[in-house]
Design a protein around this ligand. Structure first.
Ligand SMILES: *[C@@H]1O[C@H](CO)[C@@H](O)[C@H](O)[C@H]1NC(C)=O
Ligand SMILES: *[C@@H]1O[C@H](CO)[C@@H](O)[C@H](O)[C@H]1NC(C)=O
Ligand SMILES: *[C@@H]1O[C@H](CO)[C@@H](O)[C@H](O)[C@H]1NC(C)=O
Ligand SMILES: CC(=O)N[C@H]1CO[C@H](CO)[C@@H](O)[C@@H]1O
Length: 247
């Protein structure tokens, strides 16, 4: 009886250690939840950044200088724009989705910019998403860190590798594979049956605040950019297999 009690105690102890290890491993130590505040992160922290949708010109101050949407001089809030906030885990491969069943990017200027930080403000170049003729649904965004601080955000293009051989697709500027907006549900009652929701594949590169290398970018590159869509069941039907379904 005594040994049984001891065994039970040992088990409880082991379980406690196991959950403590688990907690340590998955703990999010980043207390910054605003995309317009500076922070430094480590692997397994959450990291908050944002994507703004607006016209291309609205991301430029005085028509020439591209500023972060966090910069008040842009006055994006006074414009026709929308903001989405995300908090992915650092160095974890994530696929962000923006459902366009009630949000039409073409009605908000049709371009997007990813951004985070204030004093160390980083922003991507504006990427074309949609107008009444074309919609781009697949993107890869690389978040580059140095000692845990975000340095750069950039769109990684694949030169339309997935675009050839389908007449409903058009390669825009040798970089984005676009579908005709007229076949998208997001073109309202004039539209077609395709769910043209946006998929944004994230990848992390550089180093975290303990100089640990962030490797998810290499994983994405080696797996090939779009193979991951198949792992996400709700997107499998909407982003990739839909294409073969309708053509
Ligand atoms: C805006 O740009 C013009 C010419 O490009 C320049 O003369 C002017 O000083 C700029 N204004 C500001 C506030 O930077
Ligand atoms: C978007 O939302 C609609 C309606 O809620 C849903 O039917 C559709 O599957 C969603 N698309 C994605 C990609 O999650
Ligand atoms: C839509 O965007 C494409 C690519 O940027 C451009 O070539 C085309 O002229 C645009 N169409 C309209 C109606 O704005
Ligand atoms: C809601 C919406 O974006 N409707 C557009 C559907 O496509 C036609 C042209 O193909 C546009 O004129 C509509 O504005």
């Amino acid at each position: 009886m005594a040994t049984l009690t001891a065994l039970k105690a040992l088990l409880v102890f082991l379980v406690a250690i196991a959950s403590a290890l688990f907690l340590v491993k998955s703990e999010d130590t980043n207390k910054v939840y605003s995309p317009c505040t500076d922070t430094t992160v480590q692997v397994s922290d959450g990291f908050t950044f944002s994507i703004a949708f607006s016209s291309r010109t609205s991301f430029f101050f005085n028509s020439s200088l591209q500023l972060s949407p966090c910069d008040r001089r842009l006055a994006l809030t006074g414009q026709n724009s929308q903001i989405s906030v995300f908090r992915p885990k650092v160095d974890e491969i994530s696929l962000l989705t923006i459902n366009t069943s009630s949000f039409y990017p073409q009605n908000y200027g049709g371009y997007m910019v990813a951004f985070a930080g204030r004093k160390y403000a980083a922003r991507s170049l504006p990427a074309f998403v949609a107008n009444n003729t074309y919609t781009v649904t697949s993107f890869t965004l690389v978040l580059e860190f140095k000692k845990g601080r975000l340095q750069n955000l950039y769109w990684k293009r694949d030169g339309c590798a997935k675009c050839s051989g389908n007449s409903e697709f058009v390669c825009l500027n040798n970089q984005d594979c676009a579908i005709r907006t007229s076949v998208c549900k997001s073109n309202g009652s004039n539209g077609g049956s395709v769910d043209c929701s946006l998929g944004i594949q994230l990848a992390f590169s550089g180093t975290d605040k303990h100089f640990t290398a962030l490797n998810s970018w290499y994983e994405v590159e080696n797996l090939r950019q779009y193979s991951l869509y198949g792992l996400y069941s709700n997107l499998k039907n909407s982003l990739t297999s839909q294409y073969s379904k309708i053509f």
